[in-house]
Design a protein around this ligand. Structure first.
Ligand code: NAD
Ligand code: IPM
Ligand code: MN
Length: 354
């Protein structure tokens, strides 16, 4: 199991350190893990002048899976766009063909009252968001800023999907729905945007191969509202890159905190990059405040999806459950009556629970 570890920026190194400690326990217990560190994002720009340098490219191509912290920070926001940390992240996703982003919004029962929503609204929540990750307005050409025919500056991005791109993510979503409750909701804006009307048409067509799956459709504005009104109506959701980015952050709050939401970004062969759904949290970086659980749970997803080691994944998830049941909380999920801990102490507790 060759794992490339890319801590990234901001809280990235803090949370990845804790996930690596979890990995070390599994290794000691016989999991054949080999890790190698690399740089991505701002850390890579600082070292190599490139947010996705050639050395990192070679490292991740040689690995079976990648564990990533997060990238970005205000000190990089003035760089020209191709040099920014976020471009490094988009580049690695595109380069590795990681078109399927799975973001499970699962509520641990102990955190029902940590959510900003009423406990009865979120209790029992278990949604799988399937986000297309290498197309859409994130990558569509043309894009840029130029002077128009009236001599005024204008800026543009292009929302674009090819049929094969939509078909392959549809298959991923239907396959997941088959293994769960057999309900799939495709989120679009087909009332306004041709791209997503096309998306919807292809979802319906692929759905003919999955007669047992009940396919529904919802406009993205309504989906954003329904996620806070009655989130448990959803089981598997599938949507494009930008809608999935926004809806998954929204869904994270149903689980108590964005610090709880892991993710897997997979290619056709389940080679994957695993990272928390949140960012580099510059506002709390370097202060031992970050919640490392989304990263640790991303590691569990790696064990499950890339290495087919459900046993090891369940062991890690079980340790997280135990720590929450024992009342340990980082600041983002803190509730009165619980014990407030920092990032490293949360890591200690997960290691002890393992
Ligand atoms: P963010 O997710 O970094 O932070 C949003 C809020 O959530 C902040 O208040 C932060 O403190 C909190 N938060 C996030 N993760 C947390 C954790 N593990 N524990 C406790 N609190 C946590 O989003 P942002 O502030 O919009 O972006 C900051 C930087 O991160 C930007 O440069 C952005 O481009 C980048 N970003 C990177 C990724 C990624 O690497 N996948 C994802 C999102 C944002
Ligand atoms: C995420 C992030 C990224 C995205 C950014 C940092 C490029 O928000 O992983 O959700 O928009 O995909
Ligand atoms: Mn995001």
């Amino acid at each position: 199991m060759k794992i490339a570890v890319l801590p990234g920026d901001g809280i990235g190194p803090e949370i990845v350190t804790q996930a690596c400690r979890v990995l070390d326990v599994l290794k000691t217990d016989g999991l054949p893990v080999e890790t190698e560190m690399g740089v991505l994002g701002g850390a890579a720009y600082d070292r190599h002048g490139d947010p996705y340098p050639e050395a990192t490219r070679q490292l991740v191509h040689a690995a079976d899976a990648v564990l990533l912290g997060a990238v970005g920070g205000p000190q990089y926001d003035k760089l020209e766009r191709p040099l920014r940390p976020e471009r490094g992240l988009l580049a690695i996703r595109k380069d590795l063909g990681l078109f399927a982003n799975l973001r499970p919004a699962l509520l641990y029962p102990e955190l029902a009252s940590a959510s900003t929503l009423k406990p009865e609204v979120v209790a029992g929540l278990d949604i799988m968001i399937v986000r297309e990750l290498t197309g859409d307005i994130y990558f569509g050409q043309p894009r840029g800023i130029s002077i128009n025919e009236l001599g005024e500056r204008e800026a543009y991005n292009t929302m674009r999907y090819s049929e094969s791109e939509v078909r392959r993510i549809a298959h991923v979503a239907f396959d997941i729905a088959m293994k769960r409750s057999r309900r799939l909701c495709s989120v679009d804006k087909a009332n306004v945007l041709e791209t997503t009307e096309f998306w919807k048409e292809i979802m319906i067509d692929v759905g003919r191969e999955y007669p047992e799956v009940e396919l529904s459709h919802m406009y993205v504005d309504n989906a954003a509202m329904q996620l806070v009104r009655n989130p448990k109506q959803f089981d598997v959701m599938v949507t494009g890159n930008i809608f999935g980015d926004i809806l998954s952050d929204e869904a994270s709050m149903l689980t108590g905190s964005i610090g709880m939401l892991p993710s897997a970004s997979l290619d056709e062969n389940n080679k994957g990059l695993y990272e928390p759904s949140h960012g580099s949290a510059p506002d709390i970086a370097g202060r031992d405040l970050a919640n490392p659980l989304a990263t640790i749970l991303s590691l569990a997803m790696m064990l499950r999806y890339t290495f087919n080691r459900d046993d090891a994944a369940l062991r890690v998830e079980g340790a997280v459950k135990k720590v929450l049941a024992a009342g340990l909380r980082t600041a983002d999920i803190y509730q009165p009556g619980c014990e407030k801990v920092g990032c490293a102490a949360m890591g200690d507790a997960v290691v002890a629970a393992l």
